[in-house]
Design a protein. Sequence first.
Length: 239
Amino acid sequence: MRVLVLGGTTEGRLLAGELVADHEVTVSLAGRVRSPLPLPGEVRVGGFGGVDGLAAWLRGHGTDAVVDATHPFASTMTAHAAAACAVTGVPLLRLQRPAWTPVPGDCWETVPDLPAAADLAAALGDRIFLTTGRSGLAVFAPVDRWFLVRSVDPPEPPVPARMQVLLDRGPFTLDGERALLREHRIDVLVTKNSGGPALKLAAARELGVPVVMVQRPALPPGVTVVPTVGAALDRLRGE
């Protein structure tokens, strides 16, 4: 098969690695991370030019299947994939890790989007740990609080006036997350519900730090979703 993997996540990279031995695999990245981890298969970087551009790419490359393994908050790309696959008849599979759910001891406040997260975080504390990615920092720029911002690449303005940037890429450890919250005297954690390893949430639970959790955007109707790389492989193989 000729498979297009819309990547950017660990799951997308692992799936491509499983497929590349027996299939023609192209992994597409948006290009927002300056130094992505090495990827198997053919790699393309950048947008397709909307729904029409993606549909033309699928037709031009004789694509047999698309796996959308983008971040749970990459809603525009997910919508474009659903629409382009609908008009071309190319099967689409959404590989998306399960969302986090609260456990006893968690103190979560769930909000629908980043503007709501900014308002609530400011009401909850003065020292805020942001792990929402650098692309949404403009929403927090008007907020008069101190922020610790963790991201892979340096953020670009507009950003909060009082901000310390921590350039880092996971995986992280529970001891490290616990130490980070203590060292910076964090009293609010703001994060998107991206799923996957949740050691920062465990550290916040242990230390009694409230969490402002941004809900995932809704998926397009009718999209088949699988939670693991193994389940995606089974679907692609018709099992």
